[in-house]
Design a protein around this ligand. Structure first.
Ligand SMILES: Nc1nc2c(ncn2[C@@H]2O[C@H](COP(=O)(O)OP(=O)(O)OP(=O)(O)O)[C@@H](O)[C@H]2O)c(=O)[nH]1
Ligand SMILES: [Mg+2]
Length: 301
């Protein structure tokens, strides 16, 4: 590390250097100095290289580097976020609930920022009245968020394009944000919001309800996977590596019935079918990134 510089400052300097390197490459490729032969060779190794370069620059400058949690309605996406933060930020509901893209970002202050469909932003700073170390503080934020993100509490929530929630989240460094998304297969324009957000994603966590008959067959997840594969092929997500996808199969407890002696067979069969389906639809998936969970059983303090 350079003497006298903090890690964020150091990171900023590195980003600036990479950005100016990209810009130099862009200028060179666009100039007469770049011969036709060289340009052809470049095109062969990186098709449409100027566009790709521009996307890399956009990604570096873009403040949104999202870890996106996606999946069918009620698969347990918001529950996963609650567990990760060890805070009940979102209410668990059996019905389609999350209505909008919800971005969680690390910040010293506690703030909620809404952006409506016309791009109008509204910010509420709760730092002075909300202590997230206490149950009351978490409840205050949860109730505030309920009206902005939860379809079951307020119809107004669908009018937002996104809701950003900022509070101290030490494990989210740099520009990384965690993104809760509306369930696929929910009300029409809710899925559109997710599709529009996809190019900002760097990593995906796909949630699958193991308890729903047929698992991934009946799940709407394949729809979103197709959209991602397409965007990736079109170079719309050059900074996303398909090997960085995590699959969480959830709600295994709902698979069992008390008097069914073939439970274990059923579970093994479902697990094998789900893994087969996942590998089929996402060939670059790594075995160690397919998980089996009962999020509801994990205690939230
Ligand atoms: N039985 C059981 N229920 C669970 C489990 N995980 C989550 N749930 C419940 O499933 C319901 C839906 O969970 P959510 O986390 O709201 O699901 P979601 O994917 O965010 O749903 P949308 O926001 O509508 O897309 C809630 O009532 C949760 O408490 C689990 O492992 N087992
Ligand atoms: Mg949700």
């Amino acid at each position: 590390m350079e003497k006298g510089k903090s890690i964020p400052e150091e990171k900023e300097t590195i980003e600036k250097n990479i950005l100016s390197l990209y810009k130099e490459c862009e200028n060179f490729i666009s100039s007469d100095e770049c011969t036709k032969n060289l340009r052809n060779e470049l095109e062969e190794s990186i098709p449409d290289c100027l566009t790709v370069l521009r996307k890399w620059m956009d990604d570096l400058e873009n403040s949104d580097h999202g870890i996106v949690i996606a999946g069918e309605t009620s698969a347990g996406k918001s529950t996963l976020i609650n567990k990760l933060f060890e805070k009940q930020l979102f209410r668990g509901r059996n019905n389609e609930s999350t209505s909008t893209i919800c971005k969680l970002r690390n910040s010293k202050r506690i703030r909620v920022i809404t952006t409506d469909m016309r791009g109008q932003r509204e910010e509420t700073d709760m730092t002075d009245k909300c202590n997230l170390e206490t149950k009351e503080g978490v409840k205050m934020l949860r109730n505030f968020l309920k009206d902005l993100t939860d379809l079951t509490s307020s119809e107004k929530s669908v009018t937002f394009n996104s809701v950003e929630v900022e509070f101290p989240i030490p494990f989210l460094g740099g520009n990384m944000i965690l993104v809760d998304t509306p369930g696929i297969g929910g009300s029409g324009n809710v899925t559109d919001k997710l599709i529009k957000y996809l190019p900002n994603a760097l990593l995906f966590i796909f949630m699958i309800n193991a308890g729903s008959a047929g698992g991934m067959q009946n799940d709407r997840l394949p729809e979103i996977i197709r959209a991602i594969v397409l965007l990736h092929l079109e170079n719309e997500m050059p900074c996303f590596d398909p090997r960085n996808a995590i699959f969480i199969t959830n709600k295994w407890d709902t698979l069992y019935s008390e008097d069914d002696s073939s439970d274990e067979d059923e579970e093994t069969k479902t697990w094998n079918t789900l893994k087969f389906d996942i590998k089929n639809r996402w060939p670059s998936v790594r075995d160690e990134l397919i998980f089996k969970m009962n999020l509801k059983d994990l205690q939230t303090p």
